[in-house]
Design a protein around this ligand. Sequence first.
Ligand SMILES: C[S@@+](CC[C@H](N)C(=O)[O-])C[C@H]1O[C@@H](n2cnc3c(N)ncnc32)[C@H](O)[C@@H]1O
Length: 509
Amino acid sequence: MNLNVYMHPRNPYKVPPDFKELALACEEFRKFVKMTVSGKATLDFKDQEAVACLTSSLLFRDFQLRVHLPPGRLIPTLPLRLNYLLWIEDLISLLPVEYHENVCGVDIGTGASCIYPLIGSKKFGWKFLATEIDAENFEYARKQVQDNYLEDYIKVIKVNGVESLRNIVGNQSFTFTMCNPPFYAEDNEKQKNNRPSPRHDYGGQEMEVAVEGGEVSFVKKIVEESKFLRDQILIFTTMLGHKVSVKPVKRLCEAAGASVCTTEFCQGRTMRWGVAWTFRQIPFEKCLAVKREKPKPPMTWVVPQIRFKEKAYTVKNIDAATVNILDSLKMMIEPIRSTKYSTMYIVKANENTWVHQRRRRREEKRQKIGQQIEISKQVSVEANNYCEETDTIKVSAESNICEVMDTETGFCDSSSPAESSNFQRKRYLELETVDELDSKRIKGDDSFNYSDELELEPTHLVQFKLSVQKTRCDIVLSVTWIDGTGGIDAMNQVLVYLKRELTKNSNKQ
Ligand SMILES: C[S@@+](CC[C@H](N)C(=O)[O-])C[C@H]1O[C@@H](n2cnc3c(N)ncnc32)[C@H](O)[C@@H]1O
């Protein structure tokens, strides 16, 4: 699901950059861009050098910043970084006007790119104290500041991770603090190894993305310190890489006696979360977060037991039958999960094979009959009789009523929530929502491989999540739309096809 539509309204990357234009503007970038036969400019997002060049080219073209992104270090993606900075700008606008000038921020863990202070000073004129624990990152960050003649705006300091924020800040006052903490717990190898293979490679050393206790424990220290800095710093903020971290961090802030607000940073296919807290009277409630619409609930269908008399009514059998049908439609199937009780896939199609297939079968049948007629010359049949034969598939995404009128079998399947208890449009308790799936994918590729924030609009026809799941008495097949040019109707058509084929063929598998 492309989340660009939910980007911050002032984010310049709400409209993804045109690679062709960028290639014309930046010679360096040109060598990484490949043209497809259809004339589309593409980039190999698995090539770290190419991704780094994309970021540095955009920084140069759009912010006049010369940034060298060293190999192997985290490559910042700009849509997300801007979403965070623009949210801080919104928060600052809630402060009394005297605080709108001479804005000064602390960036905790600035990285080799020093990305937040560079953009923050260049775009908004803010000053920064940037901290970094890693010696190499610190040197790189300092060099970025020098290369851009921003020493009057940004001071980078090397910290050892033991000294308190109080010591670092001393007696200075700041408008805000910001932080993109390492997301993973150092020892959580399992979490990292469970990641699907990365779509994009955004580099990153272990210490840049992992920290003892994970991001909540990292932020916990900042929250504890903030109690002592309440008179010197107006707004404390942090970004979070996992949705599950938001609640515990919010609770920590509230327990410290602060007022809290949260937001979502949406870009490409990734999401991050922002938490801000303050000990002042700031009308946080006025900072309207760009909230995503609730994801569409899955369409579920209870596979009728009656059809599985010969073969055991098991997830394994229904799963195999479903995969066979999708294979026959030449759809791309990416397995996400497979257990005895549930399986899950991301299914994708670039063309509509489910309608064509049926037509082709009918065409073949017609041709066969035509040949027989030709041979026997006993019966004269008007070709029109056959042409009038139509197959009607009417799917209403709104009502979730799916009708299939199959003239071959005369089988009419019409089901709606009112008509059939089997075909339900409801959030199925044990099933994951797209939201959760998104965070899974985020977990999957965001530590080392930030993911595809700059991805262009989808070109495939349909992409959806499909799961086969055991409930107490039944096995439920459910589909959740992700994206695609064919809209939700395309997915509904596939479901109708699956229903029909499964109930027809399940015993033959
Ligand atoms: C996820 S990276 C973020 C880098 C950069 N801010 C960005 O958004 O691209 C986290 C950074 O924090 C640094 N770091 C980790 N612990 C730190 C600490 N206690 N104080 C300062 N920096 C720290 C890491 O070395 C790393 O560069």
